[in-house]
Design a binder for this molecule. Sequence first.
Ligand code: ADP
Length: 369
Amino acid sequence: MSAHPMPASDAAGQPAIVRLAGVVKSYGSHNAIDHVDLEIRPRELFTLLGPSGSGKSTVLRAIAGLIGIDGGTLTIEGRDVRDVPTHQRNIGMVFQSLALFPHMSVFDNIAFPLRMRREPQGGIGRRVAQALDIVRLPNIAERRVHELSGGQQQRVALARALVYNPRLLLLDEPLGALDKRLREEMQLEIVRLHREIDVTIINVTHDQVEAMILSDRVGVMNDGKLMQVGSGETLYRRPASRFVADFLGRANVIDGVLTGGPDGPAVVTPGGARIAVTPERTVAEGRAATAILRAEDIGMATAPAGPASLAGEVALRLFEGETVYYEVTAPGIDRPVRLASRTGEIPVGAKVWLTWPRDKVWAVEAGHG
Ligand code: ADP
């Protein structure tokens, strides 16, 4: 679900603030960005999500002008920025390293980009104070950066990126080094900040939960390619490929052939297991298909639960706190089926029957990523 007050669709009709068309960036024979088309809408909080090495940072660095591109076009606010240097792109940036000057004061760190831009001395104090206000850090301007906590340093880095009112804020895993609690606090801080100031944010992360919490839209990358763009909920519920399904959340991806029949559509595995799937169509009958069965959508009982249930045996049970994680082996399915149970009263070795609402089970054409 989007955390942003403005649904992404409200901005859908507006011209893109950043536009990549057929963008390629290669290192040797490898395309770090492989023909990427992407439009970022004004005021949206967009996240590039993908495994390490998938090309997320390279896209961000190309937008920032820290690297050039080898093919395609990149425009910001309608202007081809091929020959526009970073400092003229009106972009604020925060990296995981933060790149603050540890022995300088908070004030001097935040004032640094203004002084680089030769802002008149008189305005600097006011603008630094405003930036500190935005990140909710009043009264620490004279402290040295190395005396601050990790979370305070994050806020200083954000304030420095925002002090010259950039139209675009680029975040390259700035929360990556934080512990879980601080990370969650800063995620909410970014959402709040995005609500309060007029800025478009492009965020990079490999953390799927962070991507879904923060973003109006998420773009999933793999091996230099943009696999799918959509709201977190769309990517989670209606992934376009096996890769996206597997990357977000805990999914069972089960290969077979899409089959019709009086009981409704199912993916039937080579071993003969029937996985009932939604009648919503993206794969034609008779085609090789992958059923995507999410762990939290599966129910488990020790008695047969209707004709559509799948029989199996509990192979693993792990207490996780809120839920209990199970693996169930089932005839006709290669890998154990993974599921999350709220009650978790069934022991290892029990014979069980698995059920799920078929509407929750999506199918994609096999072999697409
Ligand atoms: P991510 O941000 O998704 O972790 P990157 O964009 O950093 O991925 O990297 C994408 C690919 O490009 C990786 O295979 C990486 O090794 C390669 N790459 C990135 N920068 C360079 C560079 N300066 N020289 C050579 N290869 C690079």
